[in-house]
Ligand binder design. Structure first.
Ligand code: GDP
Length: 199
């Protein structure tokens, strides 16, 4: 595999974040949306395995991701899978203390990859999260996971409905199982990392 991931550390407070250095890509998604599988498809089994180690599932897990060909580096930040119920009450009050500061203030954050299930209807709380990310000045890309479960027509229909329901212009369908969309996703990650960090 061209890319390899090395686990850096889990963090449950801002003080535990690694030093901000290379561009960072954050992965956000509800539990069971397919986040571990997608990380696995992007950088190999190590990332997913580490994030499912007991005690790490509620932490923000940082990985150093290196390109075997040119030696360039970035950090993947795997945010804890959440129930969005908490966010819907009050994002600012309930969003866990270390996630909000990370998303709002991490100067090296280049892109948030937000996972939604391609097979499920849009949820108001997802939409609310995206509004929050916009207001926090976070660049984000929505990817629709498990797209292999849908036929071509169903996929087109579901994606159009998700775009409307979530009020986003673009959704990238992906499948960790078949590899659908993985090369495109790497393209988006590379572009964001090249553009660099937030203003
Ligand atoms: P996480 O909780 O977000 O890390 O989700 P996981 O990666 O553990 O996946 C949750 C479930 O969805 C598992 O049963 C996976 O096998 C399944 N899953 C994940 N990605 C895909 C996919 O691309 N296609 C299909 N068909 N199933 C998937």
């Amino acid at each position: 595999m061209r890319w390899s991931a090395q686990f850096l550390r889990p963090a449950v407070s801002a003080a535990e974040f690694p030093k901000a250095s290379v561009p960072e890509i954050a992965f956000l998604g509800r539990s069971n949306v397919g986040k571990s599988s997608l990380l696995n498809a992007l950088v190999g089994a190590k990332a997913a395995k580490v994030s499912s180690t007991p005690g790490r599932t509620r932490a923000l897990n940082f990985f150093l991701v290196s390109d075997g060909r040119c030696g360039s580096e970035m950090i993947f930040a795997d945010l804890p899978g959440y129930g969005y119920a908490k966010i819907s009450k009050s994002i600012s009050a309930e969003w866990p203390k270390f996630i909000e500061p990370y998303l709002a203030m991490r100067e090296t954050l280049a892109l948030c990859i937000c996972l939604v299930d391609a097979n499920l209807p849009a949820r108001p709380n997802d939409r609310q999260l995206f509004e929050w990310l916009r207001s926090a000045g976070c660049e984000f890309l929505v990817v629709a996971t498990k797209a292999d479960r849908l036929s071509g027509n169903e996929r087109t229909r579901n994606l159009a409905a998700l775009k409307r329901g979530l009020d986003v212009e673009e959704i990238l369908p992906v499948s960790a199982k078949t590899g659908l969309g993985i090369a495109e996703l790497w393209g988006k990650i590379g572009e964001a990392a090249d553009r660099g960090t937030r203003d």
